[in-house]
Ligand binder design. Structure first.
Ligand SMILES: Nc1ncnc2c1ncn2[C@@H]1O[C@H](COP(=O)(O)OP(=O)(O)OP(=O)(O)O)[C@@H](O)[C@H]1O
Length: 345
């Protein structure tokens, strides 16, 4: 199985198969992974504990998410999982291979999409995809066929002959996703793949990822801030905060941690009347972003406060409201994560 994955993923000669230490269905087994950055001179030394004693087990064929605010340590983690960064301590087992001891192995099993387009920027979309396919050891004919297929699949036909550097941010990101998908690597590690994309492009990307999982059993490790997207596509998610995994479960399992609470969102068109007791009660706990207030509470209290707000003077300045079951974002907040780094929608 490992040999087959290597032949398919291609590249230079496959390494000796690793001693399969993990269970047969394991893709990544991470234990005690720790990375500390030290910057600055001796007098103004800064130490950042980017990853602290991280344990993870990602199964084959899973769509596994890493969720967390800016600076939580997500990119640092995936760069170690893909052999681009050496951990200070800990182990990474990828399909039976020791990535720390053999950092050359990961690039041949994993298609990694980082946050930058980098070296491909000068090439046309078609050439960038085809070149990547050739680097993944496809024959010239197979590379051309794979390029045409992924261009059509992601709706890139009209952009295929344009250089990446002449595309919009979202278009360039889509082209980079195409380069990650071509050649059918057994593992995809995608760092914020849909950043800047419109809904049509985003849907095309998720459909393409889902298809690979269904047809090839591809494992996908997805870094995201986007909790809405995360909820719909992920099998399991690890929540990172300040370098540590603070939870790891299915989206449903994480949401169950929030219990029976519901989310009440209010959007104001003017200044809410704080002398209204219901408004004052909501103001006490609400997370306020611009004109939007978000709170979590038990359903009976939420209904009571909403009834008071919609039947009193506050209604005149209320633009919109929603009462909904908890989201992954609520679960994240209940876990003690910081609010600012997560985006909605
Ligand atoms: N090369 C570096 N040198 C020093 N500190 C770094 C370096 N790279 C990252 N850091 C720090 O390590 C921490 C984790 O950064 P990392 O990029 O892994 O976070 P992230 O979760 O991917 O963030 P984002 O969502 O913003 O991409 C941050 O505090 C960051 O400032």
């Amino acid at each position: 199985m490992l040999g087959a994955a290597f032949t398919k993923g291609g590249g230079a000669a496959a390494p000796e198969p690793g001693a399969a230490r993990g269970p047969a269905d394991s893709c990544y087994r991470v234990a005690g992974l720790t990375k500390t950055y030290r910057t600055g001179r001796r007098t103004a030394r800064t130490t950042v504990h980017a990853n602290v004693d991280i344990d993870l087990d990602i199964r084959r064929g899973e769509i596994f998410g890493l969720l967390g605010p800016n600076g939580a340590g997500k990119s640092t983690l995936v760069r170690q999982l893909t052999g681009l960064l050496r951990p200070d301590a800990g182990s990474v087992d990828l399909l039976g291979y020791d990535v720390v001891r053999r950092p050359d192995v990961a690039p041949r099993l994993v298609a990694y999409l980082g946050q930058e387009a980098g070296a491909l920027d000068e090439l046309t979309v078609a050439l960038a995809i085809e070149t990547t396919a050739r680097l993944r050891a496809l024959s010239p004919e197979a590379a051309r066929a794979a390029r045409s297929a992924v261009v059509a699949e992601l709706g890139l036909t009209d952009l295929a002959e344009r250089p990446l550097k002449r595309l919009s941010g979202g278009q360039r990101r889509l082209a980079c996703v195409a380069t990650a998908l071509v050649g059918d690597r057994p593992v995809l590690v995608l760092d914020e793949p849909t950043t800047g994309m419109d809904p049509v492009a985003r849907r095309a990307v998720w459909a393409a990822i889902d298809r690979r999982r269904a047809e090839h059993g591809t494992t996908v490790l997805l870094v995201t801030h986007n909790v809405i997207e995360a909820e719909t596509v992920l099998d399991r998610v690890a929540v990172l905060d300040e370098g540590r995994v603070i939870a790891c479960d299915t989206p449903g399992g994480l949401k169950a941690a929030v219990g029976d609470e519901v989310r009440l969102e209010l959007v104001w068109r003017g200044e809410p009347p704080l002398d209204d007791p219901a408004v004052a009660r909501l103001a006490r706990d609400a997370v306020r972003i611009g004109r939007r207030w978000t709170t979590r509470m038990d359903p009976a209290t939420a209904r009571e406060l909403l009834a008071a707000v919609t039947s009193g003077p506050a209604f005149a300045v209320l633009d919109d409201f929603t009462l909904s079951t908890p989201s992954l974002e609520d679960a994240y907040l209940a876990l003690g994560g910081r609010h600012e780094g997560l985006v909605k929608g």
